[in-house]
Design a protein around this ligand. Sequence first.
Ligand SMILES: Cc1ncc(C[n+]2csc(CCOP(=O)(O)OP(=O)(O)O)c2C)c(N)n1
Length: 356
Amino acid sequence: MPISRVFEGSVDYIQILDRYGTADINYDPNFSEEMLKRMYIFMVLARRWDKKNIALQRTGRMYTYAPLEGQEAIQVGATLALEKEDWAYPSYRESMIYHMRGIPLSLVDLCWKGIEEGLKIDPKWKCFPYVIPIGTQLPQAVGAGYALQKRGKKGAVLVFGGDGSTSEGEFHDAMNFAGVLNTPTVFLISNNQYAISVPRKWQTKSKTLAQKALAYGFHGVQIDGNDIFAVYTTVKQALKKAREGGGPTLIEAVTYRIGAHTTADDPGKYRPKEEEEYWRERDPITRLQIYMKNKGYWDSRFEEIVNTRCDKRIEEALKEAEAFKQDPKEIFKHVYADITEDLEEQMKECFEEGSQ
Ligand SMILES: Cc1ncc(C[n+]2csc(CCOP(=O)(O)OP(=O)(O)O)c2C)c(N)n1
């Protein structure tokens, strides 16, 4: 019986900047001082904004919020790799993408304050509002890429998801269509090890998430998601390939959610403390800081200026967001296109005199 191998595949892992802040000599992109500072400032802004939001939620000034600490390199590195003509489909944990695409931070704040206005994003920013049903943005992004392709327009689509999203049917639908139609789609999966309390090993028996691309006929690669050089370089290459008609890529960015899933979650109930310590030692901001310090681009004075400016921007945006007057009835109006009878009833009940 003749036996021949009909398929063979492998997945590479890419890390350029290690946890001690040392870049691989062969792959160091040698970014300019300006670019390194941009990367650093956006990551610091993301982290300080995140901490502020958690504090605001605790004091009732913000609704349920999805913390991003530890995952800054993915959102900042990937957004910097986008060109103007590209589209971004963020997931709910990649809030900084909106602001980096040009959307005022005050609008992002509004969105986390549960105010619909925050999700009314002008199409000029080429950034889709995030969706809460897990994975639904994936086929939408493939459709958007297909539309660009059909209309002969320039640009690629970068879509984000979590490790949990790879178990959804939408992920597989999206991957299949992207492969078959050769759409200009870059799937960036932030493997932060957990989908709420479900660990990565319960999502799939596959050794990597990246290898799932091979089954759909395109390239998959795993990267260190806490290494902004690896994120930027890999996403940049994948977007270029997509724009040039080379089709989709799946990038699995290995990272860790340092905080809770949302402000309504307590990770202490399902994660060992040592795990958090392990990942804190691999912090994306610290390693870039060491790299920049070694180049003479970072010192404590620079740090002070960055922190002060970021805090000022955060405070100004918050002031603007808090000045926004929303009719509280609005929150009942966007669940369905037309308000249903029972929602109407709930709304009345809620605003009856004397009700809390
Ligand atoms: C279709 C669907 N099922 C369940 C949920 C509830 N849910 C909200 S977040 C979440 C976990 C998602 O994990 P992952 O995709 O890894 O992203 P992460 O939150 O870790 O960034 C789940 C199950 C949902 N929002 N949508």
